[in-house]
Ligand binder design. Structure first.
Ligand SMILES: Cc1ncc(COP(=O)(O)O)c(C=O)c1O
Length: 362
């Protein structure tokens, strides 16, 4: 095998080598079926088993209660920005939004097309560098409350979730799904594009409280109704078969790691190596409020020098550390270190950061 690099891309992102090898082994002839998963009918027995493995894997890892269903959809996390309000809106009621960055703003744009909404908290005043305090929702009567649990671009992450009482809480967990234990019963709906923490692009995981999908607006196209996918076990149309197969393998890998408690410990350790270097080395700084720093996307900068940041990205790439450029909308540097990113990659980045500073600090 030619040399693999350390991939810090925000997504699609690195997958565990063991899982890629397992998929490679199965690729031409899955379980002696004489064909690849890619060539298999989504209604065949072996695929039914794969779907069951993916679903029960997620259910077990997150301890998903029977009140909720697990769906595998297409259209990316971005389609959920529309599906959520189209299915959950209620006549005369607002959607309550906590605005923590670009992905929430994109969601707001779509939610507004379907429903009235009210921003109840925002961190826009400080360029989304913190997680805002959420006011009590006790007096609110809303269709749903919405937040993005991990802000891939700005590097902030909710460490705890608000109690929304009887208002269903919806969370975009695209960049931290299955990275830590979660009380799913507190959520009405969780969605996540798979391509960062749990598989390849092309499949979106949705965990939905079943009662919220009942009685959909009949004028809503069937492909946009959650109920179509609940009734058909995600097989309303051709499911993204290969992506679901990869999620099944990833769920098994996460269980082999010891479950989400252990995965969280490892993620905390990995992130601490980087944040420690950024804190202790005055050449770099992290613009994110200390208590709200993401374990998944570590955003950092070099003081007053975009040119030097460009050089950092270029030299890091040459050293086999790719994907460290900050999102095009904010600049700077970002190391995305999802579940599958190995500790060795982070150690290599910390070494590189020290060497780079040594070379260029005036
Ligand atoms: C938090 C978050 N939400 C939504 C998206 C959009 O995902 P998709 O490209 O699957 O629509 C992304 C992509 O990076 C993201 O990080």
């Amino acid at each position: 095998m030619t040399k693999r690099i350390f991939n810090f891309s925000a997504g699609p992102a690195t997958l565990p080598i063991e899982i890629l090898e397992r998929a490679q082994k199965d690729f031409l002839n899955y379980a002696n079926e004489g064909m690849s998963v890619m060539e298999m009918s989504h209604r065949s027995k072996p695929f039914e088993e794969i779907l069951h493995r993916a679903k029960s894997g997620v259910k077990e890892l997150l301890n998903v209660p029977d009140t909720h269903d697990i769906l595998f959809l297409q259209g990316g996390a971005s389609l959920q920005f529309s599906m959520v309000p189209l299915n959950l809106k209620k006549e005369g009621k607002d959607a309550l939004i906590i605005n923590t960055g670009s992905w929430t703003k994109k969601a707001i744009k779509e939610i507004k097309k379907a429903s009235s909404c009210k921003i109840i908290a925002s961190s826009e005043d400080k360029n989304f560098s913190y997680i805002p305090t959420i006011p009590s929702l006790a007096s609110e009567d809303a269709s749903f409350a919405y937040l993005c649990s991990n802000n891939t671009i700005f590097g902030t992450q909710f460490k705890a979730f608000p109690d929304t009482g009887s208002i269903p809480l919806v969370a975009d967990m695209s960049s931290d799904i299955l990275s830590r234990p979660l009380d799913v019963s507190k959520f009405g709906l969780i969605f996540a594009g798979a391509q960062k923490n749990i598989g390849p692009s092309g499949v979106t995981l949705v965990i939905i409280r079943k009662d919220l999908a009942e009685n959909p607006d009949p004028s809503l196209p069937s492909m946009l109704q959650y109920q179509s996918f609940i009734e058909s076990n995600s097989l309303y149309n051709t499911i993204p078969t290969f992506g679901v197969y990869m999620i099944a393998l990833m769920a098994e890998w996460l269980k082999e790691q010891g479950g989400l408690g252990k995965v969280q410990e490892k993620n905390e350790y990995k992130a601490s190596l980087l944040y420690k270097e950024i804190e202790e080395n005055s050449y770099y700084y992290c613009p994110v409020s200390e208590t709200d720093r993401s374990l998944m996307n570590v955003v950092f900068r070099i003081h007053d020098s975009e040119d030097v940041e460009k050089r950092f990205v270029q030299e890091a790439t040459e050293a086999g550390l790719s994907g460290l450029k900050g999102h095009r909308s904010v600049g700077g540097l970002r190391a995305s270190i999802y579940n599958a990113h190995p500790v060795e990659g982070i150690e290599a980045l910390v070494r590189f950061m020290k060497e780079f500073q040594h070379k260029y600090q005036k």
